[in-house]
Design a protein around this ligand. Structure first.
Ligand code: DQA
Length: 165
């Protein structure tokens, strides 16, 4: 057995399947979402980013899937992270936060990889200020889910599960 494992591990190309139905998901959160849970951010609910991550983590482990979590306040860092990780992933959940309304660069980044991606917003961007009503980045995604709070991320994952079947 030891010998067999050693043989496989020393080949320069091999696939290691732990859970045959497993999927790899990128969970990306944009600027200011590291401040979730602060009283000033109550429009987004009570949960902190750590709470949000642990709710998602629970769902991911229940499915026997794997996820990589990333939050950044910087547009370039979000693009670099997606470019460096999309080959590992089967799908992406992204809340580009305020960059949703401004970032052609993140739109181009999502468009340049063929990774099933769904955008999520905690608040209902369509019922807030005028400047939030258009999501540029959402146009590069399969769908935008908004206004369901943290539950929106789970809805997105359920949708990805159907897409990735
Ligand atoms: C948000 C909505 C954006 O308009 C805002 O800039 C955010 C959070 C949301 O999740 O509701 O930072 O993406």
């Amino acid at each position: 057995m030891q010998e067999q494992i050693f043989k496989i591990l020393t080949q320069n190309e091999f696939t290691l399947t732990i859970f045959p139905m497993s999927k790899n998901i990128l969970i990306i959160n944009g600027p200011n979402l590291n401040f979730l849970g602060r009283p000033e951010m109550s429009i987004y609910g009570k949960e902190t980013l750590a709470d949000l991550h642990s709710i998602i983590y629970q769902w991911i482990t229940d499915q026997e899937w794997q996820a990589r979590f990333f939050q950044s306040n910087s547009e370039g860092e979000i693009i670099d992270y997606i470019q460096n990780n999309f080959e590992w992933a089967d799908g992406m959940v992204i809340n580009p936060a305020a960059f949703s309304h401004t970032s052609i660069a993140i739109y181009d980044c999502i468009k340049s990889i063929s990774l099933p991606s769904i955008e999520v917003h905690l608040s209902n961007i369509y019922h807030r200020e005028e400047f939030r009503r258009t999501s540029i980045t959402g146009l590069a995604c399969k769908k935008v889910i908004a206004g369901l709070g943290v539950q929106g991320y789970i809805e997105v994952l359920e949708d990805l599960k159907k897409i990735l079947k």
